[in-house]
Design a binder for this molecule. Structure first.
Ligand SMILES: C[S@@+](CC[C@H](N)C(=O)[O-])C[C@H]1O[C@@H](n2cnc3c(N)ncnc32)[C@H](O)[C@@H]1O
Length: 368
């Protein structure tokens, strides 16, 4: 064993003061998350929207029916949320501060559909819920346990059931409802952007299976833009049972590990990050069986995070936090390009191309 170091490099005064502030920030970021949760629970984004997009604190207090004694406290929370970019604020010197929505708080306005997506309210309520935070707080204890494979996620280790499982409602029905609604809102955010930015993706296709396509929201957006594409959605029976019956999309109840309906292309949008590498290879192999050769236009379309620093530190941090979210709550993970490439090769594909970077996510085509 290496000898224990008795001394440590002493930071300069400037480094020490910066380190102290950074320590405060990193230790206290949970208060920023909880401030966001508080704003969502109080419906502050929706209230600002209803008041015309710009409000003073007294107007906000009155719209939210909060006791006036709480005004100085709400001002302090709003100050943190403005600093985090969740709201904007402006004031002429001496006059009342005016709070406004930012792009971030606009996607938290509830009860309006903008650009085909819904409010992200339930995503925030899910990921900041007591169950998620308790699972994350158990991380060190989970690391120390010598689990037999398959290693459960910290969430499953603490609560005895996995998240997003048939047994989750037995653990807590309210949590399961919030997570289901949060996932739907999260997954549907940005469909319109995909349709605008990725014309070539669907050009020339006559049929597409959206594997794990949920309620068919994505398939419907594709059909709206490309009415000639015959779209099939494969999902679990419990999801397909609740799907619309208007015939726009063909729904197939099944299991993507067993069989995938044939089509010229198969789409896996935000599905693979939930599964282990071994499971992803099995899913991809089933998808490969469902498509024709590359010459006949056969391809898999994957929409997922491709982790990497190329988009700058903010996007990279967001991607890494999404990876840690998967680690704490599921057996899945986010992957970098090298890890994606290895999965494609293992599943028998010959080539792939990242066709578009859309924020923190990428659109990948994988060829048989
Ligand atoms: C995170 S959601 C993604 C939904 C959709 N692709 C989207 O982007 O909106 C994962 C989907 O996979 C479905 N799923 C999970 N396990 C499945 C299985 N074994 N067979 C088919 N679908 C499955 C879930 O029901 C859910 O709808």
């Amino acid at each position: 064993m290496a000898a224990q170091a008795q001394t440590i490099e002493v930071p300069t005064d400037a480094e020490l003061l910066q380190a102290q502030a950074d320590l405060w920030r990193h230790s206290l970021y949970y208060l920023s998350s909880m401030g966001l949760r508080c704003a969502v629970e109080l419906e502050i984004p929706t209230a600002i929207h209803r008041l015309g997009g710009a409000v003073t604190l007294p107007d906000l207090m009155s719209a939210l029916s909060l006791p006036s004694a709480k005004m100085p406290f709400l001002r302090r929370v709003m100050c943190v949320l403005v600093t985090s970019g969740i709201f904007a604020a402006d004031s002429d010197s001496g006059s009342e501060v005016i709070y406004r929505l930012t792009p971030l708080s606009r996607i938290l306005v509830h009860g309006v559909v903008a650009d085909e997506h819904h409010s992200q309210k339930y995503f925030v309520l899910g990921v900041t819920s007591p169950h998620y935070t308790e699972a994350a707080m158990g991380l060190a204890g989970w690391f120390k346990k010598d689990h037999e494979p398959p290693v459960p996620s910290p969430f499953e280790d603490i609560f005895g059931v996995p998240l997003c499982d048939d047994r989750t409602p037995l653990l807590d029905k309210e949590l399961d409802d919030v997570v289901t609604q949060g996932l739907a809102a999260h997954d549907n955010l940005g469909i319109a952007t995909v349709m605008r930015e990725c014309h070539d993706l669907f050009k020339g296709l006559d049929s597409l299976t959206d594997c794990g396509g949920g309620d068919g929201t994505t398939a419907r957006a594709i059909i709206k833009a490309y009415p000639h594409i015959k779209c099939t959605v494969l999902d679990l029976p419990k999801v397909v049972d609740k799907a619309p019956t208007d015939g726009v999309v063909t729904y197939v109840a099944g299991d993507l590990f067993h069989s995938v309906p044939s089509a010229q292309a198969v789409m896996l949008k935000l599905v693979l990050h939930f599964w282990s590498d071994e499971d992803c290879v099995k899913i991809l192999a089933q998808c490969k069986k469902a498509i024709p050769s590359r010459e006949e236009g056969g391809k898999i379309i994957i929409i997922e995070i491709v982790v990497g620093p190329s988009l700058g530190p903010i996007m990279f941090e967001a991607q890494l936090l999404m990876d840690m979210l998967m680690m704490v709550n599921s057996k899945g993970r986010q992957r970098d390009e090298n890890e994606w490439s290895k999965l494609f090769t293992k599943a028998g594909f010959t080539d792939y191309k990242i066709v578009k970077k859309l924020g923190a996510r990428c659109v990948i085509e994988v060829y048989p």
